[in-house]
Design a protein around this ligand. Structure first.
Ligand SMILES: Cc1cc2nc3c(=O)[nH]c(=O)nc-3n(C[C@H](O)[C@H](O)[C@H](O)COP(=O)(O)OP(=O)(O)OC[C@H]3O[C@@H](n4cnc5c(N)ncnc54)[C@H](O)[C@@H]3O)c2cc1C
Length: 819
C-alpha cells in the first residue's frame, strides 16, 4: 500500500468508487480507495438496482440525471457492461393529490431537462398490459401516471466494476481487505490514517462508508446524522403470465411504482422483485455496525411486507401465481431529510462526506461528479445546499436521527406536499415563548430542529394544517396576518436566526474581505452583505451591524447555523485579531413591524424612534421595558415600518408580554412564517437557499446595489468582473401570474416565452395578500426581464399567463419602511 496520496476515499461501494472515478477523471491520479472487505460488500451488492430519475429536489434531481446519462456511457468507455435495462419507470396515481405531486415534480423535471410524460389510464394499460386499472374498491382506479422513458435498472456490482476500471485507467489505486481504524492530523495538517495494513498520509479524506458512517465519523470527531434503516424486497419465481407476455414479443416492462400503496415492482429473470417501503421498519446500527455483520443480511419480516404484497397482487394479479424465492432485508442508509450528505464535513479541514445514501446506486454517479469537482476546484458546479452535510446541526442527536430516519423511510412514497411538516422528533428546539404561541393558536413547523409558528388559528378554528399543493384551510388566516402587519402591528418570533458576534481589531477588515458589500464603518449602521463563492455565486447572506468599535453583530438564516458558522470559522484569522462567537442560543429575536410599531415601541423604549433619531438601516443598543442590552435593528424582511429586537434570551417573556400589553390598543397580533412568505414576496425580497444560491451571482439576482466592486478584494470578485465583461446570463424578475384559481406558484416552475420556449425558472412564489396578486420570483434570460414582458408559467401542469412586474410590487419606493 502507498504511504502517501492526495486523496484517500474510505469505502468501496458504488458511491466511493464513483468518487474515485471522478477524481481520476478530473486529472487527480494520486488517489486511492480503501475498502475493509471487498468492493460492493456494504449495501451495494444487494441493492435492487433501480435508477429513478424522479426526485422532488432540484439538486438531487440533477445528480440522478447525471448518473443515468453516465451509466449509459460507461460500458463504451470502460469495456465493462453494467446491465442497464432502460425499461422506463411508471408511477401510478390513484387520486388528484398524487397527480398534483407529479405535476409539481414535472416543473422541476422541466427546469433540469429530464424527459417525462404524464399519461392517462389507457396509456398505462398499453405500456403495462399486466396491470389492473382498478375496481373503485379495494383496488383504487388509476387516474393517471408519470412515465420516465429514460431510466430503468442496472446491476449495482457491474456498475461498481465499471467505475473501478475507469478509475484505474486514470491512475487511481484500490486496496481491498484494508480497514481504516483511526485518523489523526500530522503537524503539517494532513490526515494520517491507520489501517490494518499500515499507515497512509493524505491531503484529503472522503468518507463513503455507507452503513458505517457513524463510526467513521467518530474517528474524525464528528457526529454524522446517517443511520441505516431495514429495507426489504421480495424476489419471486418465474411468472407464467409474464413469460407468456414476453414470449408474445412484449418488451421488458417498465419499473412500476404504486406510490399510494408504497411499493415498487420490476421484472427479474421472468419473475419479479417487489420492494415496499413499510411502516415500522426499524433503524439499525445507531451506535455503529457490529463486527459480526459484515456482508450479511437481516432476517426477512414477511408480516411487515404483507399489506404491500396484497396491494401489489390486486394491482398485478400475475403476482398471485408465483412463489416467493427470497426475501432480501438489508440496511439502507438514511438521513433525517432523506437526501445524502455530499460535501465538506464541518469543523475539520479537508474531510469530505459522501454518506447517507438511500438511493445510492442512482446517486453514485452524480454525487461522485459533484464531490470531485468540489475537492479539485474548491467549489461544486451546481448548488449543492440540499446535500451539503452542514445543512444539519448539532441537534441531530442519536434519538432525533433514529426517529427522523425511520419516519423518512416510511414516508418515501407518501405525497410530499410543499407545506408538509412531519411529526417525528418534535418539538426539539423551541423559542422561550413557544408555549405562549401554542396557546395563541400557533400551528408549528420544524426547520433546523426549531419549532416555528407557521400561522395562528383564531379562536374557534382548529389549529391544524390541511396540506395541499393548492390554497388550503389556513390561507384566509394567513391573509389576515398579512393585513394585520400592513395595517396595524404584528410580531414574528425569529429567535432561530443564526447570530454571530465578531470582535477584535481585525474584525472589520476580515468581514470586509468575505462579502461583496462594504461592511458598515459607522457605529449603528447596518449593511446587507453577501458572501460569494469563488465563482461569484451567492453562498450566504449576512445582516451585519456595527454595534461598537471592533464589534459586529452578524445575523443569517436560522437553517444556516452550521453552514455559515463552519465557513466563518474556517476563514477567521489565526493571529488573534478577530474573535468569532456563535451566540445563536444567547439572543432571541422578535420582529415588531407595521404602521403602529413605532407608537407601540415608544411606550417601552426611551430612545426616540423618529426618522431622524432612528433612521432606516440603523441600530441602537437600547432598553425595552425592563430588558437591557437589546439590539434594536431598524430592518425587517416584511417591508413595513418596523424593528427587529435582538434581546438577551432571558428577557424573552418580559419583552413578549410587554409588547402585547402595550400593543393591545393598536390591535397587535402574532404573524407566522407563511404570512412572512407572502409579505416578503410582495417586496421581491430574495430568500437565501431558494432565490439566492450559488447558481446565481448578485448581478443575476439584481442585487448590484449590495456589491462594491471598487472597495478592494473580496471572495468572488474576479468572477464578478469576468461576468461583467461577458454579460450577465440571467436576470431576476418578479411576476404576476394571471388566472390563478387555487394553485399559486411555489418555486421550481418553468417559465416560457409566448412561443413556448423555456427561458427561465421561478425560485419562489406565493399569494400576495395585500396586493391580491399571485406572485412568483425567479430568473430569466435578460431579454425577458423588462417590466411588462408577457411570459408563461407552468403550475401543476397548467400554463398560465404572467407579466413581469416592477421590483417590489408592494410599496416600490419603500415609503412604509422609511415612514
Ligand atoms: C434491500 C435494498 C435495496 C436497495 N435498492 C436500491 C435501488 O434499487 N436503487 C438505489 O439507488 N439504491 C438502492 N438501495 C440503496 C443502495 O444499496 C445504497 O444507497 C448504496 O449501495 C450505498 O452505496 P455506498 O457506496 O454509499 O455504501 P456501501 O455500498 O454500503 O459501501 C460502503 C463501503 O464502505 C466500507 N467501509 C466501511 N467502513 C470502512 C472502513 N473503516 N475502512 C474501509 N472500508 C470501510 C464497507 O465495507 C462498504 O463496502 C437499496 C438498499 C437496500 C438495503
Amino acid at each position: 500500500m502507498k504511504t502517501h496520496a492526495r486523496v484517500v476515499v474510505i469505502g468501496g461501494g458504488a458511491v466511493g468508487v464513483s468518487t474515485l472515478y471522478h477524481l481520476a477523471k478530473k486529472g487527480w491520479s494520486d488517489v486511492v480507495l480503501i475498502e475493509r472487505s471487498e468492493l460492493t460488500a456494504g449495501s451495494t451488492w444487494h441493492a435492487a438496482g433501480l435508477l429513478p430519475l424522479f426526485n422532488m429536489s432540484y439538486t438531487v434531481g440533477q445528480l440522478h440525471k447525471y448518473s443515468v446519462d453516465l451509466y449509459k456511457r460507461l460500458p463504451a468507455e470502460t469495456g465493462q457492461d453494467v446491465s442497464f435495462h432502460v425499461t422506463g419507470n411508471l408511477r401510478l396515481a390513484t387520486n388528484r393529490e398524487r397527480m398534483d405531486e407529479y405535476q409539481k415534480y414535472c416543473g422541476t423535471a422541466n427546469t433540469i431537462g429530464v424527459p417525462f410524460q404524464v399519461i392517462g389510464a389507457e396509456e398505462v394499460k398499453k405500456l403495462w398490459p399486466l396491470v389492473n386499472l382498478g375496481n373503485g374498491g379495494d383496488t383504487p382506479n388509476i387516474v393517471g401516471a408519470l412515465y420516465h422513458p429514460d431510466d430503468g435498472h442496472i446491476a449495482p456490482a457491474d456498475l461498481t466494476m465499471a467505475l473501478r476500471r475507469g478509475a484505474r485507467a486514470g491512475g487511481a489505486e484500490i486496496y481491498e481487505q484494508t480497514e481504516v481504524t483511526g485518523a489523526t492530523r500530522t503537524p503539517s495538517g494532513e490526515w494520517k490514517l491507520t489501517t490494518n495494513k499500515g499507515e497512509i498520509i493524505a491531503e484529503h479524506v472522503v468518507c463513503a462508508t455507507g452503513n458505517y458512517a457513524r463510526q467513521t465519523g467518530r474517528m474524525f470527531g464528528i457526529n454524522v446524522p446517517a443511520i441505516p434503516v431495514e429495507h426489504q424486497y421480495i424476489v419471486y419465481d418465474e411468472s407464467p403470465e409474464l413469460k407468456a407476455y414476453r414470449a408474445g414479443g412484449g418488451r421488458e416492462l417498465a419499473v412500476l411504482r404504486e406510490s399510494d400503496k408504497s411499493y415498487y415492482l420490476r421484472e427479474e429473470r421472468l419473475g419479479w422483485i417487489l420492494g415496499p417501503y413499510e411502516a415500522g421498519a426499524p433503524a439499525r446500527f445507531a451506535d455503529g455496525v457490529p463486527e459480526w455483520f459484515g456482508k450479511s443480511l437481516f432476517e426477512g419480516d414477511l408480516e411487515r411486507l404483507l399489506p404491500h404484497v396484497e396491494a401489489a397482487q390486486r394491482r398485478v394479479p400475475a403476482l398471485e401465481h408465483c412463489g416467493i424465492k427470497d426475501i432480501v432485508n438489508g440496511p439502507i442508509s438514511y438521513t433525517p431529510d432523506g437526501s445524502p450528505l455530499c460535501g465538506p464535513a464541518w469543523g475539520v479541514r479537508n474531510l469530505w462526506l459522501n454518506e447517507g445514501h438511500s438511493f445510492g446506486i442512482t446517486a453514485a454517479g452524480g454525487s461522485g461528479w459533484q464531490l470531485a469537482e468540489w475537492i479539485v476546484e474548491g467549489e461544486p458546479g451546481i448548488d449543492m445546499l440540499a446535500t451539503d452535510p452542514r445543512r444539519f446541526g448539532a441537534y441531530t442527536s442519536k434519538r432525533y436521527t433514529v426517529a427522523k430516519n425511520e419516519e423518512t423511510y416510511k414516508e418515501v412514497f407518501t405525497i410530499h406536499f410543499p407545506d408538509e411538516e412531519r411529526p417525528a422528533a418534535r418539538p426539539a428546539k423551541t423559542s422561550p415563548v413557544y408555549d405562549k404561541l401554542a396557546r395563541m393558536g400557533a400551528v408549528f413547523g420544524q426547520r433546523y430542529g426549531w419549532e416555528r409558528a407557521l400561522w395562528f388559528a383564531p379562536p374557534g378554528v382548529e389549529p391544524k394544517d390541511k396540506w395541499s399543493f393548492r390554497r388550503s384551510n389556513y390561507t384566509p388566516h394567513v391573509g389576515n396576518e398579512v393585513r394585520l402587519m400592513r395595517e396595524k402591528v404584528g410580531v414574528i418570533d425569529l429567535t432561530p436566526f443564526t447570530k454571530h458576534e465578531v470582535t477584535g481589531p481585525g474584525a472589520e477588515a476580515w468581514l470586509d474581505s468575505l462579502v461583496a458589500n462594504k461592511v458598515p464603518t459607522k457605529i449603528g449602521r447596518i449593511a446587507l452583505c453577501h458572501a460569494l463563492t469563488k465563482r461569484g455565486g451567492i453562498r450566504s447572506e449576512f445582516t451585519i451591524t456595527k454595534i461598537a468599535d471592533n464589534h459586529f453583530y452578524v445575523v443569517s438564516a436560522g437553517a444556516a447555523e452550521r453552514y455559515d458558522g463552519d465557513y466563518l470559522r474556517r476563514l477567521v484569522p489565526t493571529d488573534g485579531s478577530v474573535t468569532l462567537t456563535n451566540i445563536t442560543g444567547a439572543r432571541g429575536c422578535f420582529v415588531v413591524a407595521g404602521p403602529r410599531s413605532r407608537d407601540l415601541l415608544a411606550k417601552l423604549m426611551d430612545a426616540p424612534l423618529d426618522n431622524k433619531s432612528f433612521p432606516w438601516l440603523t441600530s441602537q443598543v437600547v432598553e425595552v421595558g425592563l430588558a437591557v442590552d437589546v439590539y434594536a435593528l431598524r430592518v425587517n424582511f416584511v417591508g413595513s415600518l418596523g424593528w427587529e429586537l435582538h434581546f438577551p434570551i432571558e428577557y424573552a417573556h418580559h419583552i413578549f408580554d410587554s409588547l402585547f400589553k402595550a400593543g393591545a390598543e393598536y390591535g397587535i397580533g402574532m404573524v407566522g412564517m407563511r404570512a412572512m412568505e407572502s409579505l416578503r414576496l410582495e417586496k421581491s425580497y430574495r430568500m437565501w437557499g431558494s432565490d439566492m444560491t450559488r447558481d446565481y451571482t448578485p448581478f443575476e439576482a439584481s442585487l448590484d446595489r449590495f456589491v462594491r466592486m471598487n472597495k478592494g478584494p473580496f471572495i468572488g470578485r474576479e468572477a464578478l468582473e469576468r461576468q461583467q465583461a461577458a454579460g450577465v446570463p440571467h436576470r431576476f424578475i418578479t411576476l404576476e401570474v394571471h388566472g390563478v384559481v387555487d394553485a399559486d406558484p411555489l418555486g421550481n416552475e418553468p417559465l416560457f416565452d409566448t412561443k413556448g420556449k423555456m427561458i427561465g425558472r421561478a425560485t419562489s412564489g406565493y399569494y400576495g395578500h395585500t396586493i391580491q396578486k399571485s406572485l412568483a420570483i425567479g430568473y430569466v434570460k435578460p431579454e425577458f426581464a423588462t417590466v411588462g414582458t408577457e411570459l408563461t408559467i407552468e403550475i401543476l401542469g397548467e400554463r398560465k399567463k404572467a407579466t413581469v412586474l416592477v421590483e417590489s410590487p408592494y410599496d416600490p419606493d419603500n415609503a412604509d419602511l422609511r415612514a
